[in-house]
Design a protein. Structure first.
Length: 156
């Protein structure tokens, strides 16, 4: 089973966390064979008028890792790691005459260390609150709470 982890200055940010998807074209959750990886950089500048900082300069290191399943179909993961963020996406190539790929199950997970702290807002029940408009307004935040003390109500 493919996994990923993240650390910063020797501190674990994400423990070994599962990766993978089951598609109508194949199972990419287990029994994967590593093929290759490619390290790079990305740099973008863009302007948006409706955000606090209208001019944005984005720089990140990239890592593209390609695996192959038992049916010899490939899937890649493209990671972007910048000063404040880590993100990744699955890249599914066109297999033969395939017009679309359906994700049937996803195995992706995020396993945080027990020392992780949360800054979360509880999810509001839909169609509640003033004029039944929730979740259009945020409820209170939980700041610096031990992640293990939060539950499924949190995360937005």
């Amino acid at each position: 089973t493919p996994v990923y982890s993240a650390s910063y200055k020797g501190h674990t940010m994400l423990k070994n966390s599962p990766l993978g998807v089951l598609t109508n074209e194949g199972d990419f959750r287990a029994d994967m064979r590593y093929l290759e990886s490619e390290i790079g950089e990305v740099e973008k500048q863009y302007t948006q008028r409706k955000i606090k900082q209208s001019y944005v300069e984005y720089r990140a290191n990239t890592l593209k890792v390609t695996f192959e399943n038992e049916q010899e179909k490939q899937i890649s993961l493209l990671f972007h790691v910048s000063n404040n963020d880590i993100a990744f996406r699955y890249e599914l190539p066109a297999w033969g005459e395939t017009m679309a790929t359906v994700i049937e199950e996803e195995a992706t997970g995020f396993i945080f260390p027990s020392s992780a702290k949360a800054f979360l807002s509880p999810m509001m029940t839909p169609m509640t609150g003033f004029a039944r408009t929730a979740p259009s307004y945020e409820s209170g935040y939980v700041a610096d709470e031990a992640l293990e003390n939060t539950n499924a109500e949190y995360g937005y």
